[in-house]
Design a protein around this ligand. Structure first.
Ligand SMILES: [Zn+2]
Ligand SMILES: [Zn+2]
Length: 321
């Protein structure tokens, strides 16, 4: 179970999840004060595997001094409530998710309904996404942070890096030897989705998550080894990061080609590219399309305007000479 990095005190426990992403890795950092990074989802099966994994290290949940949450997704934070006496650490944006702040959730749905409508998504599909999201949140038990951290803060021997993009709450932990415990920020076998989120407070703009994600990838390009939240350890992160950036650039050009000479809403373009997958994964396919269109926009290759019905439509930018 030990992870083969230069650091001998990092132990990986792989925990089953009911989600398409498959099992999740949590890491136990043993020392004077044992730290657990992420927990797995709130299912009976996950709890059994987590307890068993701790047992193999001669630990019980009571022995864990600190639980660090990389981001708010239920496959990572669903079992935080098992660690009743532990310090619970995360980015300040984690808190409304963990305490299940109903006003916060209402604000999210209040943001997304008009946002999706403007981008051409039919109302019934928006309703479906809301229902799916509510069901997803049941894989987390209500709990609370005891300490919030931001860029540069220390947790034991580790330094906190803010790595938003996949989630606005996302942090990673960097050790002195260059090992990064990275949650879902970089995964070897799949490209991490830069999922769109509502603003966290009024007056804040929605983050352009793919652009943000690319910046956060470049920020970690010199780490020596990545311990991800899913799949295998990454020993050559620099190469993988270059590959991911290149794939995004190529994918953006694919979207530009699909756009052709039409003027399309994000939803129309999503359907054109992803076809029937849109019905199965409306949120992910929409996020992917919007993210890459925002990348094209940043590069000056597309422009948009609102039509008479209030729908935002994108088209290729006129060549500027
Ligand atoms: Zn995630
Ligand atoms: Zn995950």
């Amino acid at each position: 179970m030990a992870v083969s990095t230069a650091l001998k005190n990092i132990h990986k426990i792989t925990i089953p999840t009911p989600f398409a992403v498959g099992p999740v890795n949590v890491y136990v950092l043993t020392g004077d004060k044992h730290i657990l990074v992420d927990t797995g989802p709130a299912t009976k099966e996950a709890e059994e595997v987590l307890r068993h994994g701790l047992q193999q290290l001669q630990l019980t949940p009571e022995d864990i001094h600190t639980v660090v949450t990389t981001h708010h997704h239920p496959d990572h934070v669903g079992l935080v409530h098992l660690f009743k006496d532990a310090e619970i650490i995360g980015h300040e944006k984690m808190q409304p998710w963990l305490v299940k702040d109903q006003a916060f959730f209402d604000q999210i749905y209040a943001f997304f309904r008009p946002f999706f409508a403007q981008n051409g998504v039919p109302e019934e599909l928006v309703n479906q996404m809301v229902t799916t999201h509510q069901a997803y949140l049941t894989y987390t038990e209500k709990t609370s942070l005891t300490r919030t951290v931001r860029e540069g803060d220390r947790i034991g021997d580790y330094t906190v890096l803010e790595t938003p993009g996949h989630a606005q709450t996302h942090i990673s932990l960097l050790s002195k030897d260059g090992t990064l415990i990275a949650g879902d920020h970089l995964i070897a076998h799949i490209s991490s989705n830069a999922i769109i989120e509502a603003p966290y407070s009024s007056g804040e703009n929605r983050a352009k998550t793919l652009l943000q994600y690319r910046d956060a990838l470049l920020k970690i390009k010199d780490v020596s080894c990545v311990l991800p939240g899913h799949g295998e350890q990454i020993d050559d992160p620099t190469i993988l990061i270059q590959e991911r950036i290149k794939q995004q650039d190529e994918k953006a050009i694919m979207f530009l080609d699909k756009l052709g000479d039409s003027e399309l809403s994000i939803f129309e373009l999503t359907k054109l590219v992803y076809k029937r997958l849109v019905d199965k994964q409306p949120d992910l396919t929409f996020s992917e399309t919007l993210g890459h269109v925002e990348l094209l926009e940043e590069q000056g290759l597309v422009e948009f305007k609102k039509d008479n019905e209030g729908i935002i439509r994108y088209k290729k930018a006129k060549a500027q000479n």
